[in-house]
Ligand binder design. Structure first.
Ligand code: TXA
Ligand code: MG
Length: 302
């Protein structure tokens, strides 16, 4: 189906992706339409192995080290495009770099190997809304705008990949690979490049990952008007992790945001409250997603 230009959602260890043949302008255009995604926001290209990157992009020594250490896995590298790459220019939104990742989830690897082409895949959710970590989330959010969904069960990591640019080195998006792990591997600290006005990563639109209802962070007590998502000692209607484990919390985050919306509808609550989450390890990426989910909405709500 992918080779014929269809949109096929598939599970990676981070989140479900909405896949399309990255060499087909028509297929990639359908991805933007299905998500309602602005065309200036480029897509991540997924390949089965690091050996498939050479045809698409240029890897310097740092990129090669990071790939050897963390691929397959929840890391995306932004690399200079190679001449004759064959990708649709829509994928990169006309930039001279491309974001590439090699996912670890067996179903994704198997699919990519069989397709034998680079697959462009943003997270499989309507633009600006909560990402999908289960096949049912994809069906709920995109419905018949997707031609097929491969159901691989819930995603193990649960947060989008960490995005790094290697030349010059910068963190563009905190994600499923902890910054501490990358810094330990590189033996140096990671500069962040969040230059406003430049296309960086989803952070460019401050409202993102948004549930239907407004969200508040750092809440420690219950309120009848809200559904409380707890963490550690703060118990709520739902809990990210009763033991206060940020890895477990990452895996549950998007699922609980989806659930909190339906629970709020049942209870007649008009807000989602979330307990404080520490800013360490994956907690950094969790708080990044929550801050954007809590941000004033810069798009029309459904
Ligand atoms: O875990 C993930 O990364 C998931 C799974 C499906 O792979 N994908 C994902 O895609 O999160 P998406 O489209 O929701 O977020 C990718 C972000 C985009 O918002 C975009 O701004 C950034 O990656 N990006 C893509 N190409 C880029 C480039 N050349 N330079 C800078 N940022 C780029
Ligand atoms: Mg996304």
């Amino acid at each position: 189906m992918l080779r014929d230009g269809a949109l096929v959602a598939f599970p990676t260890e981070t989140v479900y992706g909405l896949g399309a043949d990255a060499t087909s302008g028509r297929a990639v255009a359908r991805v933007f339409a299905a998500k309602g995604r602005p065309a200036f926001n480029p897509l991540i290209v997924h390949v089965a192995g690091a050996d498939q990157v050479a045809a698409l992009a240029v890897m310097d020594a740092t990129a090669r080290d990071l790939a050897a250490r963390f691929w397959p896995g929840p890391l995306t590298l932004v690399l200079p495009l190679r001449e004759g790459h064959g990708l649709s220019p829509l994928v990169t939104a006309g930039l001279d770099t491309v974001a590439i990742r090699v996912p670890a989830a067996p179903l994704a690897r198997d699919l990519l190997q069989r397709v034998g082409r680079p697959v462009a895949a943003p997270s499989a959710n309507p633009s600006g809304r909560v990402s999908a970590t289960r096949a049912a989330h994809v069906m709920d959010g995109l419905g018949d705008r997707v031609d097929a969904v491969l159901d691989g069960g819930p995603c193990g990591v649960g947060l989008e990949s960490t995005i790094l640019r290697t030349a010059p080195l910068a963190l563009l998006r905190a994600g499923g690979l902890a910054v501490e792990e990358i810094e330990a591997a590189l033996g140096r600290s990671l500069p962040r490049d969040m230059t406003p006005g430049k296309v960086q990563a989803p952070g460019q639109l401050s409202s993102h990952y948004a549930p239907a209802r407004p969200l508040r962070m750092g809440v420690t007590s219950r309120d009848r008007q809200a559904v409380l998502i707890g963490f550690g000692p703060v118990s709520g209607d739902l809990s990210l992790s009763e033991s206060g484990d940020v890895i477990e919390a990452a895996a549950r985050l998007f699922d609980l945001l989806h659930l909190a919306d339906s629970l709020a509808a049942e209870k007649g609550a008009d807000r989602i409250d979330v307990a404080p989450v520490p800013e360490t390890g994956l907690g950094r990426a969790i708080n990044d997603r929550l801050r954007r989910a809590a941000a004033p909405r810069d798009m029309p709500q459904p």
